[in-house]
Design a protein around this ligand. Structure first.
Ligand SMILES: Cc1cc2nc3c(=O)[nH]c(=O)nc-3n(C[C@H](O)[C@H](O)[C@H](O)COP(=O)(O)OP(=O)(O)OC[C@H]3O[C@@H](n4cnc5c(N)ncnc54)[C@H](O)[C@@H]3O)c2cc1C
Length: 586
C-alpha cells in the first residue's frame, strides 16, 4: 500500500504568506478565517484523509463497485467511512451557512480537495459532484428547490450527479437526445439514456439528485436548445421527506482501468419526474456554473495524485539500494536517491507540484473574489481571470499528473509496474482526469479560441505578472529568476500574436497549436507562482531555515530545468500544421 502524509506545512506556508489578492482581503466574511483556524481545519483534514480515506484507495481497486439486480454496491468499508466523513462535516466545508454549510473560502477547501484526491480519488468522487450540484442549484434554482434540496446535499445525506453524456454525444453536447416533456403541474417527464455517470447510483446516501441536460420538444437545434433539470432518484414530498422511486434506473456500471471504487453508471430515464433549473433552453450555461468549478477541481485531482506519487517515490529512493553514485567512496552499494538522474526525476515532481499548489491557491483567491466580493465590477474581473485559468488548471495539472505518476513508476522500476506497491494504480486512477469534464484538447481549444483570441484577459494576466516582476530587483538571485520569467512572458506574447496572425486563413495552424499554448501559459503561470514563493522564502529564510532554503533551491531548479520546456512548445507550435494536415495515414 502507498503512504500519504498531508503537506500541511506547505499549505500553511501559502495561506500565511501568499494571500496577496487585495480584493480577497476585502471580503468581510473571510476576515475571521485566521491562520490558527485554518491550521486546525487542515490538521483534522489530514487525519481523516490519512487514517480513514487513504486505506480505501487500495480496497476500491482490489474490490471494485458491484452491480447486482439493478443495485450498485460500493466497495467494502466505503459506507462506514462515508458516514464518518459526513458526520464530521466534510461535505459542508465551503457551503453557505444558510443551508448548513461552514462557509469556508475556496482558499481552504481547495487544500481539502487536494488531500482527498491524494488519499483516494474513487472515494472522493462520491461527494465531489454533490458540491457541483450544490453550486448549480444555489446559483440557478428558485428558493423552493434550494430550501428543499440544499440542506440534505450539504449534510451529505443526499449526493449529486451531473448527467450530460449520451452514447452519441460526449464533447458535442448539441447532439443530446434525452427529452423533457412538460406536465400540467409544471414539472417535466424525462426520457432518455445517459452514460458514464459518476456516482450515478450507489449505496452511500439515501437519495441521489441528478442534474440532467435534456431537450424540450420544439427547442432550437444544437446547444441553444438544451435545458437543465433536477431529477431525484427518489421523489421528495412537500415536507422534504424521501418518498417513492422515480423513473430512473441503473442499467450497468463500467469496468474501467482506474478509479474502480467509483461507480460509472449507465442511467435510464423513463418518464422520470424532473424540475426545470433556470430558464428553458439556457441549461448549458447553468450547467457551466457546475462544470467550471468542477474543472478546477479535476486539475486539483491531478495535483493530489501527483503528490502521493511523489511522496512514495521519495520514500522508495531512500530505501532502495542499487549501483554506485559518482562520489561513492566506500565501494558499497548506494541508495538510489544518490543518483543524479533519480534526483532529477524527484525534482521534476517536487518543483511542479509545489508550483501548482501555489498557483491553485492564487486561483482560489480569484474564485472567492468572483463569488463573494461586494463590488460587481471586481467580481466580474476576477471571474474573467478564473475563466482564463480554468482550462489551464484543468488540463495542465491533470497532464502533469500523468507525467509525474509515470515518473514514479520509473523510479520504482519493475516494482512500479507490478501491483504490489500501488504505484501503477496512481497512474491508472489519474488517467481519467485528462478525459472527463471536457477532454484536455478541447479545454486547450476553448482557451485559445474563446478566451485568448476574443478577449483581453490574457493581457490583463500578463500585466499582473509584469507588475509583480518589478518588485524583484533587490536580490541578485531573484533578479536572475525574474529575468528568466520575463523572457518566457515575451515568448507567450509572441505566441499569442502568432495565433492572431493565423486567425484569418490558417485556423488549422491554430488548432494544432492549442495544446502547446496551454502548456506555455501553464508554465509561465507556475513561474509567477514560484517567483512569489521565492521572494517570501528569501524574506523569511532566517526563521525556518530548512524549509525556506529548500524552497529557494527548488525554485532555481524550476526556472533552470523546467521553464525551458516553454521554448520547445513554442517552436513546435509555430512550425504550423501543413505536414499533419497533409498526412494520408496510409
Ligand atoms: C470514468 C468516467 C466518468 C465520467 N463521468 C461523467 C459524468 O459524471 N457525467 C457525464 O456527463 N459524463 C461523464 N463522463 C464522460 C466524459 O465527460 C466524456 O467521456 C468526455 O467528455 C469525452 O467525451 P467522449 O468520451 O464522447 O469523447 P469524444 O467527444 O468522442 O472525443 C473523442 C476524441 O476526440 C476529441 N475531440 C472531440 N471533439 C473535438 C474537437 N471539436 N476538436 C478536436 N478534438 C476533438 C477529444 O478530445 C477526444 O480525444 C465520464 C467518463 C468516464 C470515462
Amino acid at each position: 500500500m502507498t503512504i500519504y502524509n498531508a503537506p500541511v506545512e506547505d499549505m500553511m506556508f501559502l495561506f500565511d504568506n501568499l494571500k496577496d489578492n487585495k480584493n480577497y482581503k476585502e471580503i468581510d466574511k473571510f476576515k475571521e478565517i485566521s491562520s490558527d483556524l485554518v491550521k486546525d481545519v487542515l490538521d483534522q483534514a489530514a487525519k481523516i484523509n490519512q487514517e480513514i480515506v487513504h486505506p480505501l484507495a487500495k480496497i476500491g481497486d482490489d474490490s471494485p463497485c458491484v452491480y447486482e439486480n439493478g443495485i450498485v454496491r460500493s466497495p467494502p468499508g466505503y459506507k462506514e467511512a462515508y458516514k464518518k466523513f459526513i458526520t464530521d462535516g466534510w461535505t459542508s466545508l465551503s457551503c453557505d451557512p444558510k443551508y448548513g454549510g461552514q462557509g469556508m473560502p475556496k482558499t481552504v477547501s481547495t487544500f481539502f480537495e487536494e488531500m482527498l484526491s491524494s488519499a483516494s480519488l474513487s472515494f472522493k468522487l462520491y461527494s465531489e459532484l454533490s458540491i457541483g450540484a450544490y453550486n448549480c442549484i444555489l446559483h440557478h434554482a428558485d428558493d423552493k428547490i434550494k430550501d428543499k434540496f440544499l440542506p440534505k446535499i450539504v449534510e451529505g445525506k443526499w449526493s449529486g450527479t451531473m448527467c450530460l453524456t449520451e452514447s452519441q454525444c460526449g464533447t458535442d453536447l448539441g447532439l443530446i437526445k434525452t427529452k423533457a416533456i412538460k406536465n400540467s403541474d409544471g414539472s417535466f417527464s424525462l426520457t432518455g439514456q445517459k452514460i458514464f455517470i459518476t456516482s450515478g447510483d450507489h449505496d452511500l446516501t439515501e437519495n441521489i439528485i441528478h442534474l440532467v441536460l435534456a431537450k424540450i420538444p420544439g427547442a432550437p437545434a444544437g446547444t441553444k436548445g438544451i435545458s437543465l433539470f433536477l431529477v431525484p432518484k427518489f421523489n421528495v414530498d412537500e415536507s422534504g421527506a424521501v418518498g417513492s422511486r422515480n423513473g430512473v434506473s441503473t442499467l450497468s456500471i463500467e469496468s474501467k482501468m482506474g478509479i474502480k471504487g467509483s461507480p460509472t453508471c449507465v442511467l435510464n430515464f423513463d418518464n422520470a419526474k424532473g424540475f426545470l433549473i433556470g430558464k428553458e433552453n439556457k441549461g448549458l450555461s447553468s450547467m457551466f456554473t457546475m462544470m467550471n468549478l468542477e474543472r478546477i477541481i479535476v486539475g486539483i485531482q491531478g495535483l493530489g495524485i501527483a503528490e502521493t506519487a511523489y511522496q512514495n517515490s521519495l520514500a522508495y529512493t531512500r530505501e532502495r539500494k542499487q549501483g554506485k553514485s559518482n562520489d561513492n567512496k566506500n565501494g558499497e552499494t548506494d541508495l538510489i536517491i544518490k543518483h543524479a538522474d533519480i534526483r532529477r526525476s524527484l525534482m521534476n515532481m517536487k518543483s511542479i507540484i509545489e508550483g501548482q499548489r501555489s498557483l491553485a491557491f492564487w486561483l482560489s483567491q480569484q474564485v472567492d473574489v468572483s463569488l463573494n466580493h461586494s463590488n460587481e465590477n471586481v467580481r466580474k474581473e476576477a471571474d474573467e481571470m478564473v475563466s482564463l485559468m480554468t482550462p489551464v488548471v484543468k488540463s495542465f495539472f491533470s497532464d502533469m499528473g500523468m507525467e509525474i505518476t509515470n515518473e514514479a513508476i520509473q523510479i520504482f522500476g519493475g516494482y512500479g509496474y507490478t501491483r504490489d506497491q500501488g504505484i501503477e494504480q496512481l497512474y491508472r486512477d489519474n488517467r481519467i482526469t485528462p478525459i472527463y469534464e471536457g477532454t484536455n484538447s478541447v479545454q486547450a481549444i476553448d482557451l485559445v479560441f474563446r478566451k485568448v483570441l476574443t478577449n483581453r484577459t490574457l493581457e490583463k494576466f500578463v500585466s499582473l505578472l509584469q507588475n509583480e516582476i518589478k518588485n524583484y530587483n533587490d536580490k541578485v538571485e531573484l533578479k536572475r529568476l525574474s529575468n528568466i520569467l520575463k523572457e518566457k512572458i515575451k515568448l507567450l506574447l509572441d505566441f499569442s500574436r502568432w495565433l492572431d496572425d493565423k486567425l484569418k486563413n490558417q485556423k488549422d495552424d491554430i488548432s494544432a497549436a492549442c495544446n502547446d499554448f496551454l502548456k506555455v501559459l501553464g508554465y509561465v503561470a507556475l513561474g509567477y507562482s514560484w517567483l512569489k514563493m521565492t521572494k517570501v522564502s528569501f524574506d523569511n529564510s532566517s526563521k525556518n531555515k530548512n524549509f525556506y532554503e529548500e524552497k529557494i533551491n527548488t525554485a532555481k531548479y524550476f526556472f533552470d530545468k523546467i521553464l525551458p520546456r516553454i521554448d520547445s512548445h513554442y517552436h513546435s507550435a509555430i512550425a504550423g500544421s501543413e505536414s499533419l494536415m497533409k498526412a494520408k495515414f496510409n
